[in-house]
Design a protein around this ligand. Structure first.
Ligand SMILES: Nc1ncnc2c1ncn2[C@@H]1O[C@H](COP(=O)(O)OP(=O)(O)OP(=O)(O)O)[C@@H](O)[C@H]1O
Ligand SMILES: [Mg+2]
Length: 333
């Protein structure tokens, strides 16, 4: 199980001392994913989704906050133990082509992490590596004999993404972070990869953090799990997937959901329309009020002076005037 508490990440942008500015990539994000559970992050570009994923995978250090894996704070253990813990959290990159070295056959991509494991285990026979490669390829629905000696460019986008997933599985992870994992592959192949991630979650009891722009994908993968809606590095609404999709309370969630009016189950949202204004400056939000107030069609005076806090519970939202609205919003480009 993975638990994240009050994660925060501030980047200082380069520049002279005088014009150096700070980017609040992640302001306050807390969540937990039980074994075999799933959480989907949805939110606009730049809201901090990838940053959270990279922190979990150990590629960034948080400015504040706690990440616990099976009860152990991964930033409070010795480097060696941290490496072992971090191996349990594997990141699946959005672009499978970039994630695989074009100069090496698939066999190399898969055996590299296994050789490191074999070394740690002592005198593991070569057949162990071979067997494990075949095992993970079969798990992701590929025929080992027909892909092992091919190069990445000889495979389809869907196959390449399956190889990337297979490589993540070689080290027996307990958490997968799939960051826009299907956005770069052909639409016709997406459902297959989503189905694979869902199966892995169920069969291997893997916890899944699924980062996406696609609410339909979040719904498909996250059934029985949770959705976190993120705005400017803050969770504004979080709760059971089905609840968030059928009865969103926060105007931002409503806008995100109804930007995909064809989504099955949302058809009834046809009553009103509201336009979500284009954001003026991602980082300029007033620090005193609600970060969403300047774009919110329902904002009132209080929203500009007092920041709403996320109320505790299974279903959380940060809004002074929550209301289930039957809206069909159009998110302006
Ligand atoms: N290394 C960095 N240095 C400075 N700023 C950064 C760095 N990495 C990310 N940021 C900034 O942090 C914010 C959050 O970025 P992040 O990549 O996490 O967003 P995202 O939600 O994944 O967006 P997208 O949907 O486009 O992938 C952005 O404003 C981004 O420009
Ligand atoms: Mg991203």
């Amino acid at each position: 199980m993975i638990e994240v508490e009050h994660l925060r990440k501030v980047y200082s942008t380069k520049g002279s001392l005088l014009n150096r500015s700070q980017v609040h990539a992640v302001r306050d994000v807390s969540f937990r994913i039980p074994e075999g559970g799933a959480i989907s992050f949805i939110g606009e570009s730049g809201c901090g989704k990838t940053t959270v994923g990279r922190i979990l995978a150990g590629l960034e250090t948080p400015s504040a906050g706690i990440v616990r894996l099976d009860g152990v704070n991964i930033h409070q253990v010795a480097a060696r133990e941290r490496r072992n813990l971090l191996r349990k959290i594997q990141l699946i990159h959005q672009d499978p082509y970039q994630a695989l070295n074009p100069a090496y056959p698939i066999e190399q991509a898969l055996s590299a992490p296994l050789r490191i494991m074999a070394k740690q285990k002592g005198d593991t026979p070569r057949t162990w590596i071979r067997d494990r490669m075949e095992e993970v390829l079969t798990m992701v629905g590929l025929d080992p004999a027909s892909v092992l000696y091919k190069y990445p460019h000889m495979l389809s986008g869907g196959q390449r993404q399956r190889i990337v997933i297979a490589r993540a599985l070689t080290v027996e992870p307990t958490v997968l972070v799939a960051d826009e994992a299907v956005s770069m592959i052909d639409v016709s192949l997406r459902l297959g990869v989503l189905r694979l991630l869902r199966d892995l979650r169920e069969k291997l009891n893997i916890s899944l953090l699924f980062i996406t722009h696609d609410v339909a994908a979040a719904r498909y993968l996250g059934s029985g799990g949770q959705i976190s809606v993120i705005y400017k590095g803050l969770i504004v609404e979080q709760g059971p997937t089905e609840g968030i999709i059928s009865r969103p309370q926060h105007p931002y969630t409503q806008a995100l959901l109804s930007a995909v009016p064809v989504l099955k189950g949302l058809e009834r949202m046809g009553a009103d329309r509201f336009i979500l204004a284009k954001e003026m400056n991602a980082q300029s939000a007033a620090e005193t009020g609600c970060l969403f107030a300047d774009r919110c069609p329902f904002a009132q005076e209080r929203c500009f002076s007092e920041a709403p806090t996320l109320i505790d519970g299974d279903y959380q939202y940060a809004c002074h005037f929550p209301e289930v609205r039957q809206v069909a919003a159009v998110a302006a480009e």
